[in-house]
Design a protein around this ligand. Structure first.
Ligand code: NAP
Length: 527
């Protein structure tokens, strides 16, 4: 049952007076549950409990953390249909998407459980003492990753399960050994509370310290600001807008003790359409892209918002077919009236630009909060001159940039902001003949795709989800897959430390059977 309260550690609490409700965008009406925003005192208690829990939780073994993470997955699964129904009522998304996202969330938690149980993620490295070395002896040095401390996670509006309360950021932080305080997203506070109840149950059942997890309600930015500036918080995970992510990043940097903010923000995911591939297949690619642009009502961080091509018959055919196909796809509901309003306003701002031509616009009347898909077109030179056209329009919108030649295409790519993904549609011959374009694109993105679509993010170790700013605040890390754990850990060295007192990961006899670097050689051997 949804109570509308905060979880301050394991305790439900609602001491404040500010309340709010979530919204059902399909029915265009408020949901009934009333949520109470956390007070400064509740925030203080959550942060203090997290700091206290860290002292115990950071020492949990990989095995113990795995039991906790698997228990969270089991408890979320046990929420059954209540969770799916609440998710749908708060997002307008269909049942299939809700179940799919739940599956992904459970998969992430269980994958992290296996990962920390195996344990080699700590990157143990041992450089043994060389007392005889000349001209100076070498000391014994042993290094491994250790958790950084309590983390604040800002739930994402567009992934209420997989990138929110028990989503990728939370799973990675808990796996690393960091307690988590979630700043619940106000658009899906009920979904958030149900998942939080599962995490708290799992923590109690598996003997985790009170405060290893808290869930904080808020309907405005002040609560998040208080959490980010709290001295006991040591890192932040964020998914959302560039404006929000940048504000939080700046705030964290101005703290007396600055902390890392891993923000995954806007991306328009350029798709480069090389002429030969379009000449042989313009229609099929146009149909495929009509589907990708409108998938999930365009509310994916990997939505293809920018299609870059070279002027000519093939690009014209692609444009015309895309225009025909996209309006055949029935409009769908956006997550919230505010997201729908932002889509309309941002699209209008783009369309107002004098150089831009609309080539397709869904014309029929739609239900409230449903998005009309739009494709527009601009010349390469105009795109280069007008930065407004580089901005994300979050929703089923895409801009075709028609370049004079491949040289202008390369200039356009060079002038793009950082992106999560870049895609190249090409045949093998023109791919090899255009290495400059490939290299230019590689320089602007975190993941490059050949003859496919950017939507659909596989959760696995080789996935990179993060790119040069503003796609993310630190392109060296990923927000998806097991390597995302590295955001929440720091390297730590023991010098000449008594061997019996070393952590198991660094002991001579390698009791955890980890893959370690011993005098730079990777091995599971004992010393
Ligand atoms: P958002 O406005 O960036 O908000 C995300 C979270 O950050 C919310 O919990 C919000 O708190 C908090 N926040 C925002 N500004 C803040 C600030 N200055 N200080 C402290 N906290 C702050 O994103 P959203 O609500 O998810 O969606 C709004 C827009 O973001 C969308 O229309 C879209 O343009 C973009 N977006 C992009 C992606 C992507 O993957 N590219 C994903 C999601 C959203 P409150 O809600 O409590 O104010």
């Amino acid at each position: 049952m949804i109570t509308g309260q905060n979880y301050i550690g394991n305790t439900l609490s609602a001491q404040g007076n500010t309340t709010y409700k979530t919204f059902n965008p399909q029915l265009n009406e408020e949901n009934t549950s009333v949520f109470t925003e956390a007070t400064p005192e509740e925030i203080e208690t959550a942060a203090s409990l997290a700091a206290k829990a860290y002292l115990e939780y950071r020492n949990k073994t990989g095995e113990e953390k795995a039991v906790f993470l698997n228990a969270i997955a089991d408890e979320i699964e046990a929420l059954g249909d209540d969770l799916i129904k609440t998710y749908q009522a708060e997002t307008g998304l269909p049942e299939g998407r809700a179940k799919g996202e739940r599956g992904r969330t459970l998969g992430q938690l269980r994958t992290f459980a296996n990962y920390v149980k195996e344990g080699s993620w700590v990157e143990a490295s041992i450089d043994q003492a060389q007392p005889e070395r000349q001209p100076m002896p070498r000391v014994d040095l042993r290094k491994m990753l250790v958790p950084i401390g309590p983390i604040v996670v800002f739930g994402a509006s567009n992934f209420p399960l997989a990138y929110s309360t028990a989503g990728g950021d939370t799973a990675a932080a808990l796996a690393a050994g960091c307690p988590v305080v979630v700043k619940s997203h106000p658009m899906h506070a009920g979904t958030g509370e149900l998942v939080a109840s599962a995490i708290v149950k799992a923590a109690e059942k598996t003997g985790m310290p009170n405060g290893v997890f808290s869930n904080i309600n808020s309907s405005g930015i002040e609560v998040g600001q208080k959490l980010v500036t709290h001295p006991k918080i040591k890192g932040v995970g964020f998914t959302g807008s560039i404006k929000g992510g940048r504000a939080i990043y700046n705030l964290a940097a101005t703290r007396p003790e600055p902390i890392p903010v891993f923000a995954e923000m806007g991306s328009i995911n350029p798709v480069v359409l090389l002429p030969k591939a379009l000449e042989s297949n313009a229609r099929d690619w146009a149909k495929t892209y009509a589907g990708s642009i409108t998938l999930g009502t365009g509310q994916f961080c990997t939505n293809p918002g920018l299609l870059l091509g070279v002027k000519g018959e093939a690009l014209t055919q692609f444009t015309n077919t895309l225009a025909e196909e996209i309006v055949k796809i029935e409009p769908s509901c956006m997550l919230h009236p505010n997201i729908a309003k932002a889509y309309t306003a941002n699209k209008a701002k783009a369309i107002e630009q004098p150089q831009l031509n609309v080539v397709a616009n869904y014309a029929e009347a739609t239900k409230p909060n449903y998005a009309k898909s739009t494709v527009s077109k601009v010349k390469g030179s105009d795109f280069l001159e007008n930065e407004t056209l580089h901005e994300e329009v979050f929703g089923p919108f895409s801009l075709i940039v028609e370049c004079e030649d491949t040289s202008e295409l390369e200039t356009v790519i060079d002038n793009l902001e950082g992106q999560l993904t870049g895609t190249i549609i090409a045949n093998d011959v023109e791919l090899s003949a255009n290495t400059n374009i490939v290299l230019a694109l590689q320089n602007r993105v975190g993941r490059i795709i050949f003859n496919g679509v950017p939507t659909g993010v596989e959760v696995c170790a080789s996935m990179q989800h993060g790119g040069p700013y503003p796609a993310s605040t630190d392109s060296r890390f990923t927000a998806v897959g097991v390597n995302s754990i590295k955001r929440w850990a720091r390297p730590f060295s023991f010098q000449s430390w008594p061997k019996a007192l070393l952590p198991d990961a660094l002991k001579d006899d390698n009791p955890l059977n980890l893959l370690r670097a011993i005098d730079t050689v990777k091995t599971r051997a004992k010393i």
